[in-house]
Design a protein around this ligand. Structure first.
Ligand SMILES: Cc1cc2nc3c(=O)[nH]c(=O)nc-3n(C[C@H](O)[C@H](O)[C@H](O)COP(=O)(O)OP(=O)(O)OC[C@H]3O[C@@H](n4cnc5c(N)ncnc54)[C@H](O)[C@@H]3O)c2cc1C
Ligand code: FES
Length: 248
């Protein structure tokens, strides 16, 4: 992991309040899917953790939703400006290339880290189904990008304005996807619902973070088997095998 002043190559709006930023930085060469970077935002003390969406030769991509002051300021930056990034941080998704198929499930801003993962699985010859859940049609992003990789894509919207009406589990049922090895990232209720149905695979968790590198214990999750054992989401995670930590 390293701190670097990257250069913004692209910044574009992808959907309602959702932006895609491409950053040129030498730290790209150390990245694996599922890891994140901690981004410094001018005028704010704490860095903002954002998942790595795509890893390319000398640049990486992030996709983020504007939810508060930090992401709002980030969305105002333009190509050519410098942005300080610290990373890559945490443990990403292990690639189980001997699998026949993997089901990638993303909810809202949990979708981005699944993109690089889809690339790696498809390159390894593994069939990839992607199921994405959004609130409404105007929030959807990256459907065609996943399709262009060769993944089979299903979409659920809560209001039924696009794809299957309901949650990602409704879309999985509607598309009759029977793959039992999953990698998922998204809101807690989604992960809890998936934990009831799947035992094989990995979840990426979110938590409020301060240091982002294992020093402050701001982001701990309880171990699922041992009550007095904790895991730091920023350091041992954010990706954990299903069933390793208590989802709370
Ligand atoms: C490992 C990890 C990966 C993430 N990847 C993405 C991503 O790819 N795309 C995306 O849109 N969002 C992602 N998030 C959530 C993102 O970090 C927050 O939305 C962002 O920090 C909000 O900052 P803000 O200043 O706009 O909001 P504010 O609410 O003003 O932030 C106040 C403080 O709370 C923290 N905070 C607020 N919401 C969250 C949250 N959900 N998770 C962690 N800290 C939060 C902020 O970092 C900041 O320190 C990720 C979070 C984590 C932990
Ligand atoms: S944010 Fe400091 S230990 Fe995880």
């Amino acid at each position: 992991m390293k701190c670097d002043n990257g250069t913004i190559l692209e910044q574009q709006q992808m959907a309602k309040d959702v932006y895609r930023m491409v950053i040129s930085s030498p730290i790209t060469s150390q990245m694996i899917p599922g890891q994140f970077v901690n981004i410094a935002v001018e005028g704010l003390t704490l860095r903002r953790p954002i998942s790595i969406c795509s890893i390319d030769e000398a640049s990486f991509t992030i996709i983020y939703k504007v939810v508060g002051e930090g992401t709002r300021r980030l969305s105002k930056m333009i190509a050519g400006q410098s942005v300080n990034v610290f990373g890559p941080l945490g443990h990403g998704y292990p690639i189980e290339a001997d699998r026949k198929a993997v089901l990638l499930i993303g909810g809202g801003c949990g979708v981005p880290p699944l993109y690089e993962l889809a690339k790696r699985y498809i390159k390894a010859g593994v069939h990839v189904d992607v199921v994405m859940g959004f609130d409404t049609a105007s929030s959807i992003f990256y459907e065609s990008e996943f399709q262009a990789l060769g993944a089979s894509v299903s979409i659920a919207t809560m209001d039924g304005s696009y794809g299957c009406k309901g949650t990602v589990t409704d879309a999985i049922q509607a598309a009759n996807i029977t793959t039992d090895f999953i990698c998922a990232c998204g809101p807690l209720p989604m992960l809890k619902a998936l934990e009831q149905r799947y035992t094989q695979g990995y979840f990426s968790l979110e938590s409020r973070m301060a240091c982002g590198m294992g020093a402050c214990m701001a982001c701990v999750a309880h171990d699922a088997k041992s009550a007095d054992m904790y895991h730091r989401i920023c350091k041992e995670g954010p990706v954990f095998p299903i069933g390793r930590v208590v989802l709370s």
